[in-house]
Design a protein around this ligand. Sequence first.
Ligand code: ATP
Ligand code: MG
Length: 416
Amino acid sequence: MALHSLRGFRDLLPPDSARFTAIEAAAREVFALYGYQELRIPTLELKELFVKSTGETTDIVEKEMYAFTDGGGREVAMRPEGTPGVVRAYIEQNLSQSGRNGKFYYIGNMFRAERPQAGRFREFEQIGAEYIGNASPYADAESITMLVRLIEKAGLPGCSVELNSLGCAECRKTYRQALLAYLQGCAEKLCEPCRGRIERNPLRALDCKIDGPWLAGSAPKLTLCPDCAEHFARTQELLRISGIQHNVNPGLVRGLDYYTRTVFEVRSSALGSQDAVCGGGRYDDLVKSMGGPAAPAIGWALGVDRLAMLLKDRPAADGSPKAFVVAAAKEAGQKAYELLTALRAAGLSADFSSFDLSLKSQMRSADKSGAAFALIIGEDELKAGTCAVKPLKQPGEQKIVPITEVTALLTTLAAG
Ligand code: ATP
Ligand code: MG
């Protein structure tokens, strides 16, 4: 049987791969504007890292992790999300003492063993941002504004942010009791996993894809303490000042345990049921709970696969070369090769097929390549020290040019 890729793992081919690259490039530009620097964190970590941070009762840890025991008997996991690794690095590398501003971004693949479907893969890419060490609503507003600007820069204007506040540990304590009592009262209506974990984590039921929607209307609502209420109001005010469209959605809970206060999502109905493009929120207690300094933080993770799907009708970089070099006679092969080398050295994209093939076959490849010009060297050109420049995409006469002038001519044409 022929070898094949695993379900939920895919090959990204051009032009889709170019779309991913363009999104990453837009992200890097926007991150630089906001003072974020890149962290490259490992793909494989101790499983315990995710259990402790993402949370034992989350879908990710309960059902979706690629976890295994490695050859040395260590319990490890392929990262299902980026925040735990960033926080681990922040603590392990003492980044709070490094004099940096606490703003980090990452771009990398994540792994979750969930049911593959449109917009849901087992290996997918996230671009994430974390701002560690700033508790103020200015940080919330900056982080969310940067996210929206990034999505716009990538080519998708007009997105709106769904926003909610989950309060602090104090507000949640009272709420937890009220919610637990309510859920116990209607336990028979809950799906099996929710019923099984209401004692351990009643809030998870609100984020459940089955129970969340009906609970949103009927379950008791969280009341924010005065500090959390002020933080939330200020965040919204600052978002208005930045011109960010947002919509307060009390039903937005988010599936991870570590969130406090502000949580948000960017969604698009064009994605169908897998509609979330990005999710994030504040995690004021996580760094400390993992053994680090008391460092409030906020961050988000953007699903690149889903954003690329939303941009699939936009033209992607086509990757065609500017010039395609052809040797019309075997003896001209070396001269053609020298020209190819000179073009690339001058910063002009150029390609060839094989100088030993027939002229007809090389010209066919030239057409297929999408190149703007074919540069042809035959016996006559070789003797005269010239080259034929033939436009392939636009009508125009073939010109004979001294070979020493070809790069200059193409540079002018490329600029024009
Ligand atoms: P969902 O509710 O769709 O499962 P999530 O809450 O699990 O999303 P997060 O953990 O917040 O997602 O990850 C942030 C973003 O990463 C999501 O908004 C989505 O765009 C993307 N993402 C998450 N899981 C997948 C996946 N399996 N395949 C592709 N993209 C994904
Ligand atoms: Mg999920």
